[in-house]
Design a protein around this ligand. Structure first.
Ligand SMILES: [Zn+2]
Length: 246
């Protein structure tokens, strides 16, 4: 099985660097993450870190390995909009990352609208943490997707650990063609195959969420989800490449 874990070339659609103290008690540096990527045949990682300066340094230091997703706090308004523009124009960032749970807003709150408008203007996707009440629920993200049909939005964790939220992520993605799903931290392997088959072969992508989750576990869940090798290539590599125009 270890051969199969390394077999597929991958892009990790969602991970972090940094020291997450307190209850998570996890940490990883840029160098350690690259060593881990090499071990598991991960060509590139979409990186989001707060504060964003750490992402900028990592992306500038390893431009072939890290792709920036600009994690900002929408409550900071114009300042955060300027930070995103700088990240995209000067550091090649390819997405905006929103973490409604962490910064206490709903994905469809007014404070998010200028960021959805900027994503549309820059033609880059929003990557939005999903799966935790009350702020990060799939229905709120879906309302934002309905308001901004031209903006592609990835539901990071596709509902995360709760079965009701996982199913809601699938239901909402079925309803709104601009919604995409990402697998990290989501425990149900069968839902990966179901999403691939019922939502769209290009609308689900693999991610790890380092340092919160380990690649061996995240890769294994995808490997045994029931997709064939060609389909796994979409999941592990092609879909995020296409979405972010890499
Ligand atoms: Zn994360």
């Amino acid at each position: 099985m270890s051969d199969r874990i390394k077999k597929f070339k991958k892009i990790d659609a969602h991970s972090h660097i940094g020291n997450f103290e307190g209850w998570p008690d996890v940490r990883i540096t840029a160098k350690q993450l690259i060593a881990q990527m090499d071990e598991y045949n991960i060509e590139k990682t979409v990186l989001s870190t707060f504060p964003i300066e750490d992402s900028i340094i990592a992306v500038d230091s390893y431009p072939d390995r890290f792709i920036g997703a600009a994690w900002i706090n929408p409550y900071e308004g114009k300042n955060a909009l300027d930070v995103i523009k700088n990240c995209v124009n000067s550091h090649g960032f390819k997405a905006i990352k929103l973490h409604p749970l962490f910064q206490a807003y709903r994905a469809n709150d007014d404070c998010v609208f200028p960021f959805a408008e900027l994503a549309e203007e820059l033609d880059i996707p929003l990557m939005i943490h999903s799966g935790h009440p009350p702020f990060s629920l799939p229905w709120s993200i879906a309302q934002l997707a309905e308001l901004y049909p031209k903006v592609k939005m990835v539901m990071i964790h596709m509902g995360h650990g709760h079965g009701v939220y996982i199913q809601a992520a699938l239901d909402m993605a079925k309803k709104f063609p601009n919604l995409y799903l990402e697998t990290s931290g989501m425990p149900m392997h069968n839902k990966i195959k179901e999403a691939y088959e019922t939502i769209g072969s290009d609308r689900i992508m693999f991610g790890i969420d380092a340092p919160f989750h380990h690649p061996s576990v995240e890769i294994q869940r995808s490997l045994i989800c029931g997709l064939n090798d060609k389909q796994l290539e979409d999941l592990f590599y092609n879909n995020v490449k296409k979405l972010l125009k890499l």
